[in-house]
Design a protein around this ligand. Structure first.
Ligand code: PEP
Ligand code: MN
Length: 363
């Protein structure tokens, strides 16, 4: 099914900004003082265009801080009046939308847990109908691109055109280097399917700590994402939620200065010519790869025929172990990563088995 969103570019509602667009603020608004002092410090950095703070907090476990609730709305209004930054908060139901709108919140976001539930997303979409507000949709916690796109479509079909997607990583059973695995391939696919959709990365929730924030932020810039949402707290050590991943406004400024900006194009004819040349070589090699794969599968068909005539099994595990071991050591000699070789040959082998099964079962 064709996917189409009717979106207005961010600069049309935010004004001109330099990429990456920076959204920052504490994980949670905790007190008026903490919210305003964080905002005042952040506002000194002109790069920060949108101030974020959660007031209704979805927490994984009960009995943890669940946000200050409605009280935080007036603090956000003060932030806007005092600093001029736009304000953003998370909503999880229609009532939240009504309240945020009433208090002049400029941008709302749908959190990762809420984005997994089409009932909740639809309720939010219904409350948004007829309103002029920007909406950011985080990826669902599970790596399901259709579910993410479905949530974006529901919001768009409610008439909201100021739409942004937020990439905050995906949870997994095994604990890896990051709190939430980035799975960049999903972001790349989303960009391919919806080139006009602005995508902002949320390195704070991907990382879960401060250590890798710069690395993930740079990765997002290298993939030409539109912006970064980074949590910042006036005193992270005392934060009531996500204390390990929040930077002070000064640390944030320092980290942003260290990021290397990238342009989509170099606007330089020599660069374009050289890139074209290299890309031509890649196209040619891909063509050769496909041709070789086609030939390889033809030999597989011959083998299937031969095995069938001689009543021999399709899978011969000894041969398969031999293949994978030989390919891994050859790959290593060519500086190809074992994981890559493994996945590639598993796929090729799977296809060979499918082809042989089809031929064997044909009468
Ligand atoms: C947040 O942004 O504070 C938050 C709760 O994020 P997520 O929905 O990505 O977990
Ligand atoms: Mn958080």
């Amino acid at each position: 099914m064709e996917i189409k969103l009717d979106i207005v570019p961010v600069k049309d509602w935010l004004g001109e900004f330099n990429k990456p667009l920076i959204i920052s603020g504490p994980c949670s608004a905790e007190t008026e003082e903490q919210t305003l002092s964080t905002a005042r410090e952040l506002a000194k950095n002109k790069e920060v265009k949108i101030f974020r703070a959660g007031i209704w907090k979805p927490r994984t476990r009960p009995n943890s801080f669940e946000g200050v609730g409605d009280m935080g709305l007036s603090w956000l209004r003060k932030v806007k009046e005092e600093t001029g930054m736009l304000t953003a908060t998370e909503v999880a139901n229609g009532e939240h939308v009504d309240k945020a709108f009433k208090y002049g919140v400029d941008v709302i976001w749908i959190g990762a847990r809420t984005a997994t539930n089409p009932f909740s997303v639809q309720e939010i979409a219904d409350s948004l109908r007829g309103r002029d507000i920007a909406v950011m949709v985080k990826n669902p916690v599970n790596p399901d691109l259709d579910l993410w796109i479905g949530a974006l479509e529901r919001i768009n079909q409610a008439g909201i055109k100021k739409i942004v997607a937020i990439h905050r990583g995906f949870s997994s059973f095994t604990k890896g280097k990051y709190r939430n695995s980035p799975e960049w391939k999903l972001v790349i696919e989303l960009k391919r399917l919806l080139p006009e959709l602005p995508i902002i990365s949320d390195p704070s929730h991907i990382c879960g700590n401060k250590e890798y924030l710069k690395e993930i932020s740079q990765n997002a810039i290298d993939l030409d994402l539109a912006g970064l949402m980074l949590e910042s707290h006036i005193n992270p050590k005392e934060a009531l939620s996500d204390k390990n991943q929040q930077l002070t406004p000064a640390e944030l400024k320092h980290m942003l200065c260290e990021l290397i900006p990238r342009d989509e194009n170099a606007n330089n004819i020599d660069f374009d010519n050289k890139l074209d040349l290299l890309r031509n070589q890649i196209d040619k090699m891909d063509e050769e790869l496909l041709e070789v794969l086609g030939q390889r599968m033809n030999i597989v068909r011959e083998i299937a025929d031969y095995k069938k005539k001689n009543k021999v099994t399709i899978l011969q595990i000894k041969r398969w172990s031999e293949i994978i071991n030989k390919r891994l050591s050859r790959g290593e000699a060519l500086s190809l990563k074992p994981d890559f070789i493994n996945i590639m040959f598993q796929l090729i082998h799977e296809e060979s088995i499918i082809i042989q099964t089809e031929l064997m079962n044909k009468s």
